[in-house]
Design a protein around this ligand. Structure first.
Ligand code: ADP
Ligand code: LRH
Length: 484
C-alpha cells in the first residue's frame, strides 16, 4: 500500500510551516511545502501576534499541499498559553496578545491573592511563568465581551472547521487545568471568578475536531470532508511525542525559541520541592506528564541577531557561530532565565549589564556574546536535567535534543560536555513529525508511542555528540552563577 499523506501546520514563535508527512508501514517522510516568518507587531496597547496573517499563510500552505498529494487529514499546533476571544457572534474580539507582552506584571499578585501559589501548583502542577494564561486573563480588559476563549491552535482549527474545542495538552499550560483529574479546574475558575462556559470542552490528541468549512475547501482546493484532527496542539507536546528515544532512561530538550528540558513521566509530581524548583507538569500524549522547565533558549540569540541587524552589524547565524567557536571559553556566563531577558529588546546590552552585576567582564564582541549565550544555555540544560533527575529519582543515560537548536553544533556539543551525557541531536522538525504521527495513529497507521518513536529513530537523520572537554571548567562556570 502507498503511504498516507497528512498535512501539519506548526506555528513556532519565530516561524511557521506547513509540511506534508507521508507515513507508510515502515516509512516516514517529511516535505516542507511552505515556511513563513512569524513577526509580532508592537501596537500602542502592547505586543500582539498577527494571527490573521498566520491563518492566511496556513491556507497558502494547505493549498500547496493539496496541489502536491491527496491529504488524509490536517493537524494544527502552535506555541502555548496565548488565546483569542470570540464574542457571541463568533467574531474575534481583539488581536491576541503575545506572551512576551508585559501587561501581566500586576496580575500575578492579584491571582495569588485569590488563590495561593501553593494551592495552584497542587492542582495544576504548572511552573510559574508570568505569562501563563491564568495571569493574562486576569489582565484581560475585553473579557466582558467574550463568550469563548480559544487557544491559538484551537482558534485556527475553529476558523478552518467552525468547530469549538480546547485540545488538552495545550489546556495544561493555562493554569486552569487540573493535572490530577485531566479536566478544567472548577475551584481555580471559581477563585478567579471566571465563567466555565468561556472554556470549550476538552479534546484529546487523536480526536477528530471537524471537517473543513466550504469557503476553506474553496480557498485551498482540498476535498470537501477533509478532517482536521486534534493533535498534541501544544508544540512542545508534539515535539516530545517525536523524541526518537530507544532507551527508557532518556531526557529531552526541545530546543528552539525556548529550551524545554525534562523527562517524560507516567504521572505528575506536585510536591513543594517540585514547585520550589519551578518544574512544570504539562500534559503529553497518552496522558503522560511532561516534567520540564522552560529555559530562555535560542530567543537570546535570535533577539541579539535582531538588535545587531537593526544596527547594521553582521547578524548571519553561520558567521556568528563561527566567531563564537573561536572565542575564549567561559569568559562570561549568565543565568539565561533572569527575568530581564524575557521581553523583546537589546539582549546584548542586557547580557553586558548582567555580567557587570555579577562581577564579570562583559563579552568583548559579538562572538563572545554568542559564546556566552551558548555556554550559559548548556549550563542551564545541565542544571535543569540534574534537578529533574533528583526530583523524580530517575536516571538519565541519554539526552535527546530536538527542534531547530539541534542544527547548532556548538550548542549540542556544549550540552554533551556540560551534562557529561551523550546527546542525540534531531530531528529538527520534531514538532511537525509529532503532529503528523498523532494523525497517522488516529488513522490506524502506527500502533503506539513506542512505535512512533522507533519509526522516527529509524527514518530521520540524527547526530550523536559524545561528552568531552574539561568537566571541572563547566563545574566552576556553573558555580559562578549559581547553576550547579
Ligand atoms: P520555534 O519553533 O520556537 O520557532 P525552531 O525549532 O524552529 O523554533 O528553532 C529555531 C531556531 O533554530 C533558530 O532560532 C535558530 O537559532 C536555530 N537554527 C535554525 N537553523 C539553524 C542552523 N542552520 N544552524 C544553527 N541553528 C539553527
Ligand atoms: C514553545 C512554547 C513553550 C511555552 C512557550 C509559550 O514554543 O510552546 O512550551 O512555554 O512556547
Amino acid at each position: 500500500t502507498p503511504p498516507t499523506a497528512f498535512a501539519a501546520a506548526d506555528l513556532g514563535a519565530t516561524s511557521g510551516r506547513v509540511v506534508i508527512g507521508r507515513v507508510g508501514r515502515d516509512t516516514l517522510d517529511l516535505t516542507e511545502v511552505h515556511r513563513f516568518d512569524n513577526t509580532p507587531a508592537q501596537l500602542p496597547d502592547g505586543l500582539h501576534w498577527n494571527v490573521l496573517g498566520l491563518y492566511q499563510k496556513i491556507l497558502d500552505g494547505l493549498r500547496e499541499a493539496a496541489r502536491t498529494v491527496d491529504i488524509a487529514s490536517i493537524g494544527i499546533d502552535s506555541w502555548a498559553v496565548d488565546y483569542g476571544l470570540l464574542d457571541a457572534d463568533g467574531a474575534l474580539v481583539a488581536t491576541p496578545f503575545h506572551y512576551r507582552d508585559t501587561r501581566t506584571g500586576p496580575a500575578v499578585a492579584e491571582v495569588w491573592n485569590r488563590i495561593q501559589a501553593r494551592d495552584l501548583y497542587r492542582i495544576t502542577g504548572l511552573q510559574h511563568l508570568p505569562f501563563n494564561t491564568i495571569f493574562q486573563l486576569a489582565a484581560e480588559k475585553q473579557l466582558d465581551r467574550a463568550r469563548t476563549i480559544l487557544l491559538i491552535p484551537d482558534l485556527i482549527t475553529h476558523w478552518l472547521t467552525g468547530s469549538t474545542g480546547t485540545e488538552a495538552t495545550n489546556a495544561s499550560t493555562t493554569g486552569l487545568y487540573d493535572a490530577r483529574t485531566g479536566t478544567w479546574s472548577q475551584p481555580v475558575l471559581t477563585a478567579l471568578g471566571l465563567d466555565a462556559a468561556l472554556l470549550p470542552p476538552l479534546r484529546r490528541p487523536g480526536d477528530q475536531a471537524g471537517t473543513l468549512l466550504p469557503h476553506v475547501v474553496a480557498a485551498t482546493g482540498l476535498p470537501e470532508g477533509t478532517p482536521v484532527t486534534a493533535v498534541a496542539s501544544h508544540d512542545t507536546a508534539s515535539a516530545v511525542a517525536a523524541v526518537p528515544a530507544t532507551n527508557a532512561a532518556f531526557a529531552y530538550i526541545s530546543c528552539g525559541t525556548w529550551s524545554l528540558a525534562g523527562l517524560e513521566l507516567e504521572r505528575p509530581v506536585l510536591t513543594d520541592a517540585s514547585r520550589a524548583a519551578n518544574f512544570t507538569n504539562e500534559l503529553g500524549i497518552d496522558n503522560t506528564t511532561r516534567y520540564l522547565r522552560n529555559i530562555m533558549g535560542l530567543w537570546l540569540l535570535t533577539e541579539s541577531q535582531r538588535t545587531w541587524q537593526a544596527r547594521g552589524l553582521p547578524h548571519q547565524l553561520p558567521h556568528l557561530l563561527d566567531q563564537a567557536a573561536r572565542s575564549r571559553p567561559f569568559a562570561a556566563i549568565v543565568n539565561p532565565d533572569a527575568p530581564e531577558f524575557l521581553a523583546p529588546g537589546d539582549i546584548p546590552a542586557r547580557i553586558a549589564e548582567h555580567c557587570a552585576r555579577t562581577g564579570q567582564n562583559p563579552p568583548a564582541d559579538q562572538g563572545a556574546t554568542v559564546r556566552c549565550i551558548l555556554e550559559s544555555l548548556a549550563l542551564a540544560h545541565r542544571h535543569t536535567l540534574r534537578q529533574a533527575a533528583a526530583l523524580t529519582g530517575r536516571d538519565i543515560r541519554v539526552v535527546h535534543l530536538v527542534g531547530g537548536g539541534s542544527r547548532n553544533e556548538l550548542l549540542c556539543q556544549f550540552t554533551a560536555d556540560a551534562t557529561g551525557l551523550p546527546v542525540v541531536a534531531g530531528p529538527t522538525e520534531a514538532t511537525a513529525l509529532g503532529n503528523v504521527l498523532v494523525q497517522a495513529r488516529a488513522h490506524g497507521l502506527v500502533d503506539d508511542r513506542t512505535a512512533m518513536r522507533r519509526l522516527i529513530a529509524r527514518t530521520q537523520q540524527l547526530r550523536r555528540y559524545t561528552p568531552g572537554g574539561d568537566t571541572r571548567a563547566w563545574d566552576s562556570a556553573a558555580a559562578r552563577i549559581g547553576l550547579s
